[in-house]
Design a protein around this ligand. Structure first.
Ligand code: CTP
Length: 215
């Protein structure tokens, strides 16, 4: 069985020396990739820039921007039975990339950047790429966690959503711990608070079981 996983942040350049990005460390996605490889799955890890070691036994596809991540997913998803989208994709990129470093205007105290929306990669895989395998998204929420995550499940046509409350500073983005809720069309289940390593193993167990129950 082959698993595709996206992980880490994306980086959206503004000029040759600056970019927009976010706080994602990539730890959750890399933990899932490592757990899947340990279970004997073939793993395609499509990752934005992180400081993490590449887990043993995975096929690593490095990308920078949301557009590059979209193209990598498009190339690989047809070979996969399970796809897990853990990347924190930047929602916007610069409308106009500046070929030269943006200079300060001595007469202006403010600078306005125009941004355009990035493509929703997870939301594209069913309709644009015709993907029919198990589709798993993450939902990073700061309020109404379960209701917002359930709306994402429907909107992005996922089988499972893993929801986390990113307003809790002790868990989530840069932490080694996380607390996740698993949401399907039929039910909600708390996976509890654990190390990301342990949660990675639980996620793989749940996905493989869900996939077997579908057959
Ligand atoms: N995602 C994606 N491409 C994007 C944005 C998000 O593939 N351009 C995926 C993420 O990897 C995650 C899921 O969609 O699996 C939800 O991401 P999240 O940031 O929680 O939600 P958004 O779609 O960005 O919605 P909102 O910002 O309104 O919460």
């Amino acid at each position: 069985m082959t698993l595709l996983i996206t992980a880490g942040p994306t980086r959206e350049p503004l000029d040759p020396v600056r970019y927009l990005s976010n706080q994602s460390s990539g730890k959750m996605g890399y933990a899932v990739a490592a757990a899947a490889a340990q279970e004997g799955l073939r793993v395609i890890l499509i990752s934005g820039p992180t400081n993490l070691d590449i887990p043993d036994g995975v096929d690593y596809i490095p990308v920078e921007t949301a557009q590059e991540m979209y193209q990598a997913v498009q190339s690989w998803i047809g070979k996969c039975e399970i796809a897990i989208f853990a990347a924190a994709v930047a929602d916007f990129r610069a409308a106009n990339y500046a070929e030269q470093k943006i200079k300060k205007d001595p007469a202006q105290d403010t600078l306005t950047l125009e941004l355009v929306k990035n493509v929703d990669i997870l939301g594209s895989v069913r309709k644009d790429f015709g993907y029919t395998g198990l589709l798993v998204g993450f939902a990073a929420e700061t309020e109404n966690v379960l209701a917002n995550a359930r709306a994402k499940l429907l909107r992005k046509d996922c089988d499972l959503i893993l929801a986390n409350d990113v307003s809790n500073k002790e868990i989530g983005f840069n932490s080694d711990q996380n607390a996740l809720h698993l949401i399907t069309a039929e039910k909600e289940e708390s996976l509890g608070q654990h190390s990301k390593e342990h949660l990675g193993k639980l996620i793989i167990q749940k996905c493989v079981k869900y996939r077997e129950d579908q057959d």
